[in-house]
Ligand binder design. Structure first.
Ligand code: DX5
Ligand code: ZN
Length: 217
């Protein structure tokens, strides 16, 4: 099966959001992945609500927002208001994750949970039926352009097994260092959605790279 491809706009040219969006709109990309970083949960600051809103004005594709922020509960309605379709929060950032997931769904968005490389998949066991997506980080969050952590393949397999065992309906997304070399192996391990920043935006032919990431020959 082909992957859902979600280019991470963290690596795009922010002086040309409209042109970058047009390129993605005309490509086989499925989602726009937007990395919000607050300098607290992760050691970097990226962008926030106004930039999400700007992308919303440039595309009808799904906005897949990855919130790398402390206290995401405080901003659930704000994310919805600027056009977020999928809101993914970090398990490590939420004291009351079940409550946060319910708030995201009540606001009318799909709810995702992201796991840092050190967080076991087993932590999802009690909430697997409540979430729409699990985002498995294949780098430590905070920066684009890092190297893929190879133990991710096994983690994706564990997530696949857990979802099957519990008979749940959850998308497995992988984020960090994803490229055309590791994409087929991630697909084979059970990943449904692949995020790629540098692989897409530093490519000489981003639309062709998106096709290859998708598994379209
Ligand atoms: C990292 C972000 C990623 C990042 C991916 O914290 O969550 O989405 O933009 O960038 P690449 O594909 O360059 O690793
Ligand atoms: Zn991300």
């Amino acid at each position: 099966m082909n992957s859902i491809v979600a280019p991470s706009v963290l690596s795009c040219d922010f002086a040309n959001i409209q042109q970058e969006s047009n390129m993605l709109n005309e490509s086989e990309a499925d989602w726009f992945h937007l990395d919000v970083m607050d300098g607290v949960f992760v050691p970097n600051i990226s962008f926030g609500l106004p930039i999400i809103k700007a992308f919303r004005g440039c595309t009808n594709k799904t906005l897949d927002v990855h919130a790398m922020i402390a206290n995401p509960d405080d901003y659930v309605d704000d994310f919805k208001a600027v056009g977020t379709d999928i809101l993914t929060v970090h398990l490590e950032a939420c004291k009351h994750l079940h409550r946060t997931i319910n708030a995201i769904k009540a606001a009318g968005m799909k709810a995702g949970v992201a796991l840092n490389p050190h967080t076991p998949v087993a932590m999802l066991e009690s909430i697997i039926h409540d979430i729409d997506l699990v985002l498995i980080m294949s780098v430590n969050p905070g920066f684009g352009g890092q190297s893929f952590i190879k133990s991710t393949y096994y983690k994706v397999k564990l997530a696949t097994d857990l979802i099957k065992e519990k008979n749940a309906d959850v998308i497995i997304e992988v984020d960090g260092g994803v490229n055309t070399q590791n994409a087929p192996k991630l697909r084979a391990a059970g990943a449904h959605a692949l995020v790629a920043g540098s692989a897409v935006f530093k490519s000489e032919n981003p639309q062709q790279t998106i096709k290859e990431l998708k598994g379209v020959s």
